[in-house]
Design a protein around this ligand. Structure first.
Ligand SMILES: C[S@@+](CC[C@H](N)C(=O)[O-])C[C@H]1O[C@@H](n2cnc3c(N)ncnc32)[C@H](O)[C@@H]1O
Length: 446
């Protein structure tokens, strides 16, 4: 996401050190890169490239305030550097300061009108601010500017699918995903997205074919295997395979742009926090809390006031890394949730799990493990996607997530030994222009 290119003429005395710093930075050797940038700055005070990339690095270390200061200082010296404006925008965007991010991307485009990364980022922040006409125009401009940029077609496809108002939008989204994959065979997320759009368009056989062909090319890839099951082309597993979850979310974590898009209208953490406020005492920093399937850490700021200790666990190392950058946790682990809970009896006063048990079909094992991991009187709070059926059942949906009926949830919560169950229905996010309905479940260990 961050663009590393040379910007200014570099004098020989520190050039080699700066080159080494950039190399270490690209290789994610952050400690080495930090030392080398600092060395550049002792060799030549206020060298703007070192300041700019040290700023990028500070953000990656979770020190975003300093990051902004470094890049702003670099921009005082080289005010027409589009990459620096773009990277400053990325930091604001990742910190949720969307209008500041927008200004930075606009400045990057003033300095470098062909900077398609900035154009793409501008479209994303306009969409995230729900300025949909402007976002559509910005994505269109991106495709004009860089017609062979696969990610641009992919993002346009996601935009059309997220805000589809007519069947044509969904059809256009499928075309965008097809083009994205044709331009970049490595962009398998476009293939996954294509299958979903085809399924939603009721072209189930074509969706099945997309996944079958993909699986034939890559028989060990857990993503097409899971997605084939999700559209009825193979039996559904009892829960999403660990490898599927890891691959999906590691890929997802790499692109905060996509995350912002998918999180449009995403409310699960807030909805759980509101529900918990009705059963927990006033926040007093006294509970041991686990964020189960913490992802990038969106629950952390909501749970922190209740927590004496706040732990997070997730199967995806990429997501955990983002959570670490966001901050707020005392401990973070990369592990499978059921096994993690089972190994920690009586460890928590509260276990919260937002939009994670949707990757579990059968809930019995994970709920039993959560019960045992709670102390007596402790609360478990989680969301699920709702299947509106009356009967007791689970369904794997074409999105790759499971849906549960209320009757199923009631039965398995009780079977896990949990008490005082409250199951409310709410809207958790939007998908394909439609609200996604979910269950907000609270239950207590007796
Ligand atoms: C949609 S994200 C939600 C993340 C976060 N709770 C939030 O609300 O933003 C679902 C997360 O669940 C994690 N996950 C899914 N199945 C898991 C499992 N069996 N064990 C641990 N984490 C899992 C994924 O890696 C992913 O980060």
């Amino acid at each position: 996401m961050f663009v590393h290119t040379w910007a200014t003429e570099v004098a020989p005395a520190y050039r080699a050190v700066l080159a080494q710093a950039l190399q270490a930075h690209r290789a994610h050797e952050l400690d080495a890169a930090e030392r080398l940038y600092e060395q550049v700055l002792t060799l030549r005070a206020a060298q703007p490239d070192a300041m700019h990339y040290l700023g990028v690095l500070r953000h990656q270390q979770g020190r975003s305030k300093e990051a902004v200061e470094w890049i702003a200082a670099a921009l005082k010296i080289t005010p027409h550097h589009p990459d620096a404006h773009n990277n400053l925008g990325n930091i604001h965007k990742e910190c949720g300061r969307l209008s500041e991010a927008e200004s930075c991307y606009r400045r990057a485009l003033e300095c470098g009108p062909d900077h398609y990364n900035a154009q793409s980022n501008l479209a994303v922040v306009l969409e995230a601010q729900e300025r949909l006409d402007e976002a559509f125009e910005a994505y269109g401009k991106l495709l004009q500017q860089a017609p062979r940029y696969a990610q641009g077609h992919y993002l346009m496809g996601l935009f059309l699918r997220s805000h589809a108002q007519h069947v044509q939008h969904m059809e256009q989204s499928a075309e965008c995903f097809r083009t994205a994959h044709a331009l970049d065979g490595g962009n398998v997320r476009a293939l996954e997205a294509l299958g979903i759009s085809l399924y939603v368009l009721d072209r189930r056989d074509e969706a099945v074919q997309v996944y079958r062909d993909w699986l034939e090319r890559e028989p060990d890839n857990p993503i097409p295997r899971h997605m084939l099951a999700s559209c009825g082309g193979a039996p559904a597993p009892p829960r999403a395979d660990d490898a599927y979850v890891r691959d999906t979310f590691d890929g997802f974590a790499e692109s905060f742009d996509e995350q912002l898009l998918k999180n449009l209208g995403y409310r699960a953490p807030q909805v759980l926090a509101d529900a918990l406020a009705q059963v927990l005492p006033q926040p007093s920093g006294s509970l041991d809390v686990l964020d189960a399937g913490c992802g990038t850490g969106l629950c952390a700021p909501l749970m922190r006031p209740h927590a004496r200790s706040l732990s997070g666990v997730d199967l995806s190392g990429g997501m955990v890394e983002k959570a670490r950058q966001r901050g707020g946790y005392d401990m973070l682990d990369v592990a499978e949730l059921t096994a993690f809970l089972a190994a920690r009896p009586h460890a928590y006063d509260l276990v919260i799990s937002a939009d994670t048990l949707v990757y579990f079909g059968r809930l019995q094992d994970v709920l039993a493990a959560a019960h045992d991991a709670l102390r007596p009187g402790g609360w478990l709070a989680f969301t699920l996607e709702a299947n509106a059926g009356e009967e007791d059942r689970i369904e794997l949906s074409p999105s790759g997530r499971y849906q549960h009926t209320r009757a199923y949830v009631e039965r398995v919560v009780a079977a896990a030994g949990l008490q005082n169950a409250r199951i409310a229905s709410d809207t958790l996010r939007r998908e394909g222009g439609q609200p996604v309905h979910g269950w907000v479940v609270l239950a207590q260990r007796g």
